[in-house]
Ligand binder design. Structure first.
Ligand SMILES: [Zn+2]
Length: 381
């Protein structure tokens, strides 16, 4: 694989950062587009495309030749350590060599502090600690929020990315009051055959590296606690974020995971103290919604049940359809009681702590699954 020297050009109201990628599938550009007002954030180094294209190159077993400057620390980590971890997560990947035309240690560290913002529990929790909490040291206080199109918008692609960004922008502008940087990209087109869940960390980190001229700290909201962290074959690369993000750092950009000290339940309760979340919390896992929650998918149900147990679900009447929740509640409680997943176990422990009694008939159904069939039959009459 050959990555050409980055070219940065203005296109209407945006700055386009682009490299040409020649590999076994042919030649095509990899590009990132950022609003002109954030031009100062964009680095002309080739760190971003190298991180974005490492997994696609490892999948093909192709060495990478990069024209342009690569940061020394990143080059060191990507050449060996990080590839070993990726291979543990996705065993089909091959170890490859990287040949940059120039390796330089970057001397300047930018002052910006950024995190991605999707209005979910993890990102609101990161805001709770690094924006609403005024006691956090200045160097860890957020200065920018990022909204990336690197694959999380599934089939909706660029159109859904823009719609979701526009839906969140009023909240960020009027309530949160931080610059909201939308970064569009075609990174996703290089990841055919890989799920977003398994590869989101390097894709998002590549955007932070693109912006390392102005961003010196990149906080990546964690999905898991310290005790859940492991390196090994899994369908989610988030389990190893605590270890991998520092490896995706440079002398200029310090990338790290935040929020692993909290369980999912603790984060949900933390977010429920942020008034801005009452109008905007968006936890929905469904890829086809433009904004807002479907209220019945597993993530919507999990969040609502946690808030329900805490007795504060009524704070979220504007973002959830509570009638739809009530219709699914019994069936979801049964599934939660049966589920061995760490998040379901947390909810069961939380209910016990709060002395929240699940209805005995649901406990019985959870213990004796055949009963569910009869309960469903009886409830029809
Ligand atoms: Zn949903």
């Amino acid at each position: 694989m050959k990555i050409s020297k980055p070219e940065i050009s203005q296109q209407n109201d945006n700055f386009l950062y682009q490299v040409n990628v020649s590999f076994s599938d042919g030649t095509k550009p990899l590009w990132y587009s950022v609003s002109s007002q954030f031009r100062d954030l964009i680095s002309d180094r080739a760190d971003a495309p190298l991180v974005a294209l490492l997994i696609p190159a490892m999948a093909r077993g192709e060495a990478i030749h990069v024209e342009g400057v690569i940061s020394e620390k990143l080059y060191y980590n990507l050449s060996g350590l990080y590839q070993r971890i990726l291979q543990s997560i996705i065993p089909s990947l091959h170890l490859i060599d990287i040949y940059p035309s120039e390796v330089q240690s970057s001397s300047q560290k930018a002052l910006g502090v950024a995190t991605g913002f999707s209005a979910g529990i993890d990102s609101f929790s990161a805001l709770a600690d690094h924006h609403y909490n005024k006691d956090v040291p200045a160097g860890f206080q957020l200065t920018h929020l990022l909204y990336n199109n690197v694959g999380s918008h599934a089939g909706g692609g660029e159109i859904l990315f823009k719609k979701r960004y526009e839906a969140l922008k009023p909240l960020v502008d009027e309530r949160i009051g931080l610059p909201f940087v939308a970064v569009n990209s075609n990174v996703q087109s290089f990841y055919k055959g890989f799920s977003f869940q398994q590869t989101h960390t390097p894709r998002n980190a590549s955007v932070a590296l693109l912006l390392q001229n102005g961003i010196g700290r990149y906080l990546y909201a964690s999905a898991y606690t310290y005790t859940d962290t492991f390196i090994g074959k899994t369908d989610s690369n988030a389990y190893s974020d605590l270890i991998t993000l520092p490896l995706l750092s440079t002398e200029s950009l310090e990338a790290f995971s935040v929020g692993s000290e909290y369980t999912r339940v603790q984060k949900t309760l933390q977010v429920a103290e942020i008034e801005d979340s009452y109008q905007a919390l968006d936890v929905c896992v469904r890829g086809d919604h433009e904004s807002g929650n479907c209220s019945v998918c597993w993530k919507c149900m999990r969040t609502q049940l946690t808030l329900d147990i805490a007795g504060i679900l009524d704070r979220y009447t504007n973002v959830f359809d509570l009638e739809a929740y009530q219709r699914q509640r019994s069936a979801y409680i049964v599934r939660t009681l049966q589920d061995k997943n760490v998040f379901s176990q947390e909810i069961i422990s939380f209910a016990a702590v709060r002395e929240f009694e699940f209805p005995p008939v649901l406990k019985l159904q959870a213990d004796f699954p055949p009963l569910q069939y009869f309960v469903k039959k009886i409830s029809r009459y």
